[in-house]
Write a protein that binds this ligand. Structure first.
Ligand SMILES: Nc1ncnc2c1ncn2[C@@H]1O[C@H](COP(=O)(O)OP(=O)(O)OP(=O)(O)O)[C@@H](O)[C@H]1O
Ligand SMILES: [Mg+2]
Length: 294
């Protein structure tokens, strides 16, 4: 996933204000919201505006304390022994020394022992590394942890010890107007009304009774870009019905999670929603009428 660094944030004035104020007040922050709701975009933009350095960590099951904090270089240790010159900073040590923002994505996926390191740092403002010594947080160090409440891997595991040490800002899906503006920003040149339909289709995946988790605005961005590329290859208009359907299937079928007991394929549900928004397939044999449609 390569989300390009944003030059600006659409909407989110309230969240930006709350985040800036929370960081100013010295708090660590938990950004909680479904995937693609702009958590990373928001933090990047705030960090850039405040001219704060930030260190980015992808949270996953392999993020051990050593990977987060740092480790001793075995070859150098053989030569010179344990000490600051043989220690290789991980993202946490780097952020502590620099007084930077440490942004941890997918915090709910990281192992318990690594969460405990974060708890210690938040409580003490410093870290003790065996055979190295103390690393004290420089002025400005803050932890911003992002978390997705739909993630089955275990929001429950985020202990109350973490919740008790952070301020929490929730990020829901934005409204249709903002999502349309995001689409314009990330997939420029999308025709007006057609773009609104792409956004409508993606938003419907969040309300469909058979879908447990719908697509984020990322689905709309991918669908619009894919339509452009497919239409060029096929030598047809971006608004071509079949191009749109193919792009919807490819961009959305993997992004939606159907409710457990549903026997349908995700492609089937995407097609149903596509027809609901873009209309039934235009018939070319309906003599007289203009084929192709709008
Ligand atoms: N308010 C916004 N303004 C501009 N772009 C946005 C906004 N919200 C989302 N986007 C765009 O949507 C995509 C997803 O946003 P982002 O990566 O910030 O979401 P996220 O909440 O960090 O997702 P995840 O939980 O998967 O990490 C990006 O391409 C981003 O540029
Ligand atoms: Mg993110």
């Amino acid at each position: 996933m390569t989300d390009e660094s944003p030059s600006n944030v659409v909407g989110r004035a309230r969240e930006v204000e709350l985040l800036v104020a929370a960081l100013d007040s010295g708090a660590h922050v938990l950004l909680e919201g479904p995937p693609g709701t702009g958590k990373t975009t928001l933090l990047r933009s705030v960090a850039a505006e405040e001219k704060t350095d930030f260190v980015f960590v992808e949270g996953n099951a392999e993020l051990t304390p050593a990977r987060l904090v740092g480790h001793f270089d075995p070859a150098l240790v053989l030569e010179r022994g344990y000490g600051p010159e043989t220690f290789v900073d991980g993202p946490l040590a780097e952020a502590l020394r620099a007084g930077a923002l440490l942004y941890v994505e997918e915090t709910n996926r990281i192992p318990e022992e690594t969460l405990n390191v974060l708890i210690t740092v938040m409580s003490e403002g410093e870290l003790t590394v065996p055979r190295y010594g103390r690393i004290v947080a420089a002025e400005g160090f803050r932890l911003v942890a992002a978390m997705n409440p739909f993630d089955a891997v275990g929001t429950a595991r985020i202990s109350s010890a973490i919740y008790d040490r952070v301020c929490r800002i929730t990020m829901g899906y934005q409204d249709a107007v903002d999502e349309r503006a995001i689409l314009d920003l990330r997939a420029p040149g999308v025709p007006g009304e057609w773009g609104a339909k792409v956004v409508d289709l993606v938003r419907r995946t969040r309300e469909h009774p058979e879908i447990r988790v719908g697509s984020s605005v990322r689905g709309a961005i991918d669908m619009a870009r894919l339509c452009g590329a497919l239409a060029r290859r096929r030598g047809v208009d971006v608004e071509d019905w079949t191009v749109g359907l193919d792009a919807a299937l490819v961009a959305l079928s993997g992004r939606i999670r159907l409710a457990e007991s549903i026997g349908r394929a995700p492609e089937d549900v995407v097609r149903e929603l596509y027809v609901a928004v873009f209309g039934a397939e235009p018939r070319e044999d309906s003599g007289g009428d203009d084929p192709g449609g709008a």
